[in-house]
Design a protein around this ligand. Structure first.
Ligand code: NYM
Ligand code: MG
Length: 185
């Protein structure tokens, strides 16, 4: 049987460079001879994804709890296929996962524990790479886009909520400031 692939999750606020870094990581893994694929949540191509896309583009309105559950359902419907890929030896690099779900909804004011519940039982990541960038830096990157949530005030809250979710499977990657050196502060 093939060795199981790794489930690598990449998280961060909008404009933190996740998509580029995910693509780079997949390319690097493939070049070094691994089977690797990029996965992105939300997956806007499915039925739930289309509802999410319309909500994000402000073409439709939904209750905060309802959209939270849709984001979760959008992950659940992908689990069987992802699990099969991992078991057949493919490493998956996942651009956003349940942590985004909790961080964005709790930043809007929903209870954090309530937000965690629908995602309980999803595949557990082997590592979560958190691309950290201050909101000032993020904004300098051409500003946020036009989608729902892409506002400075909310992004500041989202970054604080992400901080509450970090555990020892997380590796926070600083994306700005001076180069750091071992043994120096
Ligand atoms: N988002 C993403 C959520 O609010 N909940 C979730 O569960 C996920 C996966 O959707 N602003 C938000 C974060 C983003 C937006 O994601 C779309 P992207 O990566 O910008 O396409
Ligand atoms: Mg975005």
């Amino acid at each position: 049987m093939a060795q199981r692939g790794l489930l690598i999750v990449v998280e961060g606020c909008d404009r933190s460079g996740k998509s580029t870094q995910c693509e780079n990581l997949v390319a690097q893994l493939q070049q070094s001879g691994n089977n690797a694929e990029l996965v992105k949540f939300p997956d806007r191509t499915t039925q739930t994804g289309k509802m999410i896309d319309s909500y994000l583009q402000q073409k439709s309105d939904l209750d905060d709890h309802a959209i939270h559950l849709l984001f979760s359902a959008n992950r659940w419907e992908a689990m069987k296929a992802l699990s099969e890929k991992l078991n057949s030896g493919t490493t998956l690099v996942v651009d956003r996962y349940a942590f985004s779900g909790v961080a964005f909804s709790s930043a809007k004011g929903l209870d954090l524990e309530w937000c965690r519940n629908p995602d309980i039982g999803l595949l557990t990541p082997d590592i979560v790479l958190f691309l950290d960038l201050t909101i000032d830096e993020a904004e300098k990157r051409g500003g946020f886009g036009q989608e729902r949530y892409e506002k400075r005030e909310l992004q500041i809250k989202v970054r604080d909520e992400f901080a509450k979710l970090q555990d020892d499977t997380w590796k926070s990657v600083q994306r700005e400031g001076s180069t750091r050196h071992l043994g120096c502060h």
